[in-house]
Design a protein around this ligand. Sequence first.
Ligand SMILES: N=c1c2ncn([C@@H]3O[C@H](COP(=O)(O)OP(=O)(O)OP(=O)(O)O)[C@@H](O)[C@H]3O)c2ncn1[C@@H]1O[C@H](COP(=O)(O)O)[C@@H](O)[C@H]1O
Length: 99
Amino acid sequence: MTDDDTDAVLDSLFATIEDRRDRLPDDSYTASLFTHEKGENAALEKVGEEATEVILAAKDDDREELLAESGDLVYHLLVVLAMNDATVEDLRDELEDRF
Ligand SMILES: N=c1c2ncn([C@@H]3O[C@H](COP(=O)(O)OP(=O)(O)OP(=O)(O)O)[C@@H](O)[C@H]3O)c2ncn1[C@@H]1O[C@H](COP(=O)(O)O)[C@@H](O)[C@H]1O
């Protein structure tokens, strides 16, 4: 997979998150985070939980679990960005500024 492919996956995932945020379909886990009674805290708690699971998987040298939990973490992080008027493009700019 090339860097461009990775960008396309992140762009596509973020566009899906924005779509769920804007349309709030009933059967969407993403939409449920945007309508949760705990508000943004529900997504922030998931970021914390998934980060902990990443740490445990790394400490256990469990590569498969590490990748699965990293996927969950990145997804929930993108949801939090979408809740805060930030985009994956903003994140890309932030990282590029550090080169
Ligand atoms: N990448 C993800 C993704 N990663 C994780 N998750 C969900 O995040 C939750 C993670 O929870 P846990 O691992 O803690 O497992 P759990 O036991 O279900 O936890 P709880 O939800 O009960 O707290 C699960 O319900 C996963 O399904 C995701 N849900 C959606 N996406 C992407 O978002 C797209 C749209 O999904 P919907 O919003 O459901 O249409 C999907 O096609 C995917 O591309």
